[in-house]
Design a protein around this ligand. Structure first.
Ligand SMILES: Nc1ncnc2c1ncn2[C@@H]1O[C@H](COP(=O)(O)OP(=O)(O)OP(=O)(O)O)[C@@H](O)[C@H]1O
Length: 361
């Protein structure tokens, strides 16, 4: 087992810097997920950890040892790829045993270890088959078995579930979580799927354009996004955003839109007169309220309702911006209804409109 330390790592392709000043400490046994949009540098960082890509600058330590120039095979890692990377001419047993056989491990030990991992992963019935005779999910399980059998210090996963359909992806996600609970091997997992990140990660590293936007537990990233980018990236349906101007009042602050004002205490935020701010509100926190509601609220005419199963997303427009309110399906409003949507001050996220940085103190 081993922790990983990345100190000011960067990666350049010629003049193009695709990873900038990346610093992170992954604790022993931790499950870290790199999350971000396509092209943000997740795979490049993972490949630098694996030794499949040179590190342009900075230091990489695995288990306390500097690994910048170590061969992939000398890093104590095992990697699971999106495309499974199985040998098509070999049986499942041969695929799983390949690494051990190359290390000249005695056959009796290979048998025992193949038996153990295939039992854990439910692969025993398929040992004699070739990879093409397995489904995508089964092939990915073989790829995981092949990584597991090496008993590495660190697992690296590069979008391992991307080629699977939604149902199988959800199933394999649970399987990977279960394996981690059992093995506690330090893991770094790359995905652009926020559900995978939220459910698997001890901590998420959210990346954007080669830079870290935020590092935190799934709860921290969801409930206290530090930037507008994080707030917009995490959460389904996406967060509502409105551009407002704060004005000081005798009792607190007024957030002024073009056609409405919201009175808040503002005590949790670093606000200034004359500033432009962006308010974020999760659709699930914006709910129809009665006339007696005393908290902050906005009004709007429901233009569309979308059925989501247990819930309904009602859309309305305010200051020319489309907003959504997520409510239980049985409260589905009539399209055209004029409603008041209320929320709690604690549910407000405020960001500086220029820098995109959270204004929460
Ligand atoms: N060999 C290369 N030469 C030049 N640029 C590259 C090379 N490999 C990757 N890049 C660039 O580096 C950036 C990061 O790529 P990377 O594959 O790490 O992104 P990613 O976040 O993993 O994206 P995805 O989710 O689409 O795989 C991208 O802009 C990509 O175009």
């Amino acid at each position: 087992m081993a922790g990983i330390i990345c100190k000011h790592i960067n990666k350049k392709y010629g003049e193009l810097e695709v990873v900038e000043d990346f610093s992170l400490e992954v604790a022993d046994q931790e499950f870290i997920v790199f999350l971000g949009p396509s092209g943000c540098g997740k795979s490049t960082i993972l490949r630098m950890l694996a030794g499949l890509e040179d590190i342009t600058g900075g230091d990489l330590l695995i288990g306390g040892q500097r690994m910048n120039d170590a061969e992939p095979g000398d890093r104590g890692i095992a990697m699971v790829f999106q495309n499974y990377a199985l040998y098509p001419h070999m049986t499942i047993r041969e695929n799983i045993a390949f690494g051990l056989r190359r290390q000249k491990t005695p056959e009796s030990e290979i048998d025992q270890r193949v038996g153990a991992v295939t039992k854990t992963l439910g692969l025993k019935p398929y040992l004699g088959r070739k990879p093409t005779a397995l489904s995508g999910g089964q092939q990915q399980r073989v790829a995981i078995a092949r990584a597991m059998i090496k008993t590495p210090d660190v697992f690296l996963f590069d979008e391992p579930l991307s080629n699977l359909d939604a149902k199988l992806r959800a199933h394999m996600r649970v399987e990977i979580a279960r394996l981690h609970k059992e093995l506690r091997t330090t893991s770094v997992y790359v995905t652009h799927d926020q559900m995978e990140a939220m459910t698997l990660a001890d901590r998420i590293v959210l990346l954007n354009a080669g830079r870290i936007e935020q590092i935190g537990t799934p709860e921290e990233i969801y409930s206290a996004p530090r930037t507008l980018f994080v707030a917009g990236f995490i959460g389904t349906p996406a967060m509502n955003f409105l551009t407002l101007r704060p004005r000081r009042t005798e009792t607190g602050w007024q957030l002024c839109g073009d056609s409405f004002q919201l009175a808040i205490s503002g005590s949790a935020f670093d606000l200034h007169e004359g500033q432009q701010v962006i308010m974020g509100l999760r659709p699930s926190r914006l709910r129809p309220v009665d006339a007696g509601f005393s908290g902050p609220s906005v009004q709007g005419e429901v233009s569309l309702t979308e059925f989501h199963g247990d819930s309904v997303l009602a859309s309305f427009s305010l200051d020319g911006v489309d907003l959504g309110s997520l409510m239980p399906a049985e409260e589905r409003p009539r399209e055209g209804a004029n409603l008041t949507f209320g929320f709690a001050e604690e549910d407000i996220h405020l960001f500086d409109a220029g820098s995109g940085i959270s204004l929460r103190c």
